[in-house]
Design a binder for this molecule. Structure first.
Ligand code: AOS
Ligand code: ZN
Ligand code: ZN
Length: 395
């Protein structure tokens, strides 16, 4: 592992960028989730959106890098969104993307916007327009849409007709946007349906976004690709087109496993962040939202989110230490191994010392995991949050 003292790029500049980096955490990561085989509940799991925000705030308190929390509607539905937003601010948080949910109502058995029944399609559009109202009520500007729509059997429905229905429904939702607001349209190659998914890949999401207009961008969920997919190629392409709206970061071994980002393949996460850094897309002005989308079934949820934020920070730090001048020169010269070595030098640098310095400069402990454990928060909420419905996924 290369020591930070051996690095020749501007470390102070890298630390300044890292100090500004923010990662958005999902409310549902704090709720009980699991697989279709078992949902393992844990003591202290939040019973409502207020408690989810309180837990999310613990991640920000020790990392200083996670000040936004995404909501999922109706899992996070409340009577008073002004009060919820004010509570988030009291906790040092703001509410980020609003996630629609058109995959859990019985009406959506054959899809939502793609459903052959016009009544169901209208219901799905109406849900999204309601989500836009929630988005405005909490001061957010991003509506994240993941359509679970798909089919299980050849001949079940017309592939083309479903695309037309999705396009029509998205148009109706897009028409509800105000200036400065965005649709973040997520793709997923399979699940919960297995023969076709109506937005299965980045190309389909991009086609729909380009048909809608400038306020529609693509969400790249790192768990939503077939094994072996070169995700950083997709990142580079969407950045070139100005259509990368957000990441849903997580790790996968086999499918949409929603494990801690960077835990399965830290090199891939580094390569993704290298494309981001090379394109200058860490700058919030470019509008890329770095979100987590994970479910923690067997591991403690708040520490798992802390580790996830740390993993994104470490991949970013390594990407910031790529000697861009040397890389460009080697690439231009066709020096294959030289260029590869420049990238590997950065990846193989121990960046934990500079991240510790960034945290300490913010008045935080160098080790966020240890800092959270020392708060006693987990024990406190485990004792307090007894009774009530320990809801399953997200709710
Ligand atoms: C589903 O697989 C997608 O990743 C969604 O972004 C998200 O996970 C879901 O809406 C809630 O977890
Ligand atoms: Zn996702
Ligand atoms: Zn997913």
């Amino acid at each position: 592992m290369r020591r930070i003292e051996e690095v020749i790029v501007d470390i102070a500049a890298a630390k300044a960028v890292l100090a500004q980096q923010t990662i958005e955490v999902p409310s549902w990561a704090y709720g009980n989730s699991g697989t279709r085989f078992k949902v393992f509940g844990t003591p202290g799991t939040p019973r409502d959106p207020w408690e989810k925000i309180a837990d999310a705030a613990q991640v920000n308190a020790v990392t200083g890098a996670a000040p936004r929390v995404s909501l999922h509607i109706p899992w996070d539905k409340v009577e008073d969104y002004d009060a919820l937003s004010a509570y988030a601010h009291e906790q040092g948080m703001t509410i980020g993307a609003i996630n629609s949910n058109v995959f859990q109502d019985d009406d959506y058995r054959l899809g939502s916007l793609a459903n052959p029944d016009a009544r169901v399609r209208a219901k799905a559009v109406a849900h999204h327009l309601d989500c836009l109202e929630v988005m405005r009520a909490v001061g957010s500007t991003d509506l994240k849409i993941w359509l679970a729509d798909g089919t299980n059997y050849a001949g079940q429905d017309s592939i083309r007709a479903r695309q037309d229905r999705v396009a029509e429904g998205l148009e109706q939702i897009y028409a509800g946007l105000q200036p400065g607001e965005r649709i973040l349209l997520e793709y997923k190659f399979f699940e919960p349906f297995f023969y076709t998914t109506d937005i299965p890949d980045w190309g389909t999401s991009l086609v729909h976004c380009m048909a809608l207009g400038e306020q529609a961008t693509v969400v790249l969920d790192t768990g939503h690709h077939a094994p072996g997919t070169n995700i950083e190629f997709i990142v580079a392409q969407l950045l070139r087109l100005g259509r990368l709206g957000a990441f849903d970061f997580n790790s996968r071994y086999y499918a949409d496993d929603d494990l801690i980002v960077g835990s399965a393949d830290p090199f891939q996460l580094f390569r993704i962040m290298h494309e981001i850094v090379q394109a200058g897309a860490l700058d919030p002005a470019l509008g890329v939202n770095f979100m987590l989308d994970q479910c923690h079934n067997i591991e403690a949820k708040i520490p798992a989110q802390i580790r996830s934020v740390m993993n994104v920070q470490e991949a970013t730090a390594k990407a910031l230490l790529v000697d861009a001048d040397a890389l460009g020169a080697a690439q231009q010269a066709g020096d294959v191994l030289g260029a590869h070595a420049v990238l590997m030098d950065a990846f193989n640098t121990d960046v934990r010392p500079i991240l510790a310095e960034v945290r300490e400069a913010k008045g935080l402990d160098a080790d966020p995991i240890k800092a959270f454990a020392a708060t006693g928060y987990a024990e406190k909420v485990a004792a307090e949050r007894v009774g009530g419905t320990q809801a399953s996924w997200g709710a």
